[in-house]
Write a protein that binds this ligand. Structure first.
Ligand SMILES: CC(C)(COP(=O)(O)OP(=O)(O)OC[C@H]1O[C@@H](n2cnc3c(N)ncnc32)[C@H](O)[C@@H]1OP(=O)(O)O)[C@@H](O)C(=O)NCCC(=O)NCCS
Length: 168
């Protein structure tokens, strides 16, 4: 499965994506609101990539995002119906993840029999919240101290997009 948009190629990950993936996952700003801190070693990114490559495709459906010949991030359902996405900061605020999600949200509904897509977000993660809202996700609930990130407890906002909301 591959999608070609105006500026992006969305495709399945390959082992030779490791260096580009590591550039994203070792970036402190990109990983600030991720579930785990930035990767310190290439081995961490190799393990991450291998688990993505070996994931059960009935539960996980993710794509790497290629732009101008480099992998600059990833997006999709890491654990259905939960989606997640990340881009290297060099490419933020140019509408690239909007471009990717415009393709991926209809694809995920078409491909998987899920009643909704969901996302868990740190309340301080303004970019992710704006992106979800742009696609019609609405807040369902909040919880405190859901994740210990380095030494800090973080809260979560939960979002959902019902299938009926997109007419899928
Ligand atoms: C979230 C992320 C993927 C957005 O990617 P992006 O390509 O920069 O987003 P876009 O340019 O398509 O913008 C999408 C929306 O977010 C808004 N936005 C982007 N960055 C923002 C920021 N730093 N602060 C506030 N709003 C922001 C845009 O204005 C746009 O909103 P609009 O549709 O109302 O205009 C990117 O910021 C990122 O990788 N963050 C780190 C990873 C992360 O936290 N992932 C989420 C964990 S689930």
């Amino acid at each position: 499965m591959i999608f070609v948009t105006e500026r992006l190629i969305l495709r399945r990950a390959r082992l030779d994506d490791l260096n580009d993936i590591h550039t994203v996952l070792s970036n402190a700003a990109a990983m600030r609101y991720w579930a785990t801190p930035e990767h310190e070693t290439l081995e961490q990114s190799r393990d991450w990539l291998c688990s993505m490559l070996g994931a059960d495709t009935s539960r996980s459906d993710e794509f790497v995002i290629e732009h101008q010949g480099r992998v600059i991030g990833k997006a999709g359902a890491w654990m259905l119906p939960d989606i997640a996405y990340i881009l290297h900061p060099d490419h933020w605020r140019r509408g690239l993840m909007t471009e990717a999600m415009r393709v991926l949200i209809p694809y995920l509904f078409a491909q998987h029999n899920v009643p909704r897509l969901t996302a868990e977000v740190d309340p301080r993660n303004a970019a992710t919240i704006a992106l979800l809202q742009r696609f019609g996700f609405t807040e369902t609930h909040r919880a405190e101290r859901t994740l210990k990130w380095k030494d800090e407890w973080c809260d979560s906002i939960y979002f959902a997009l019902p299938r009926s909301a997109v007419g899928a």
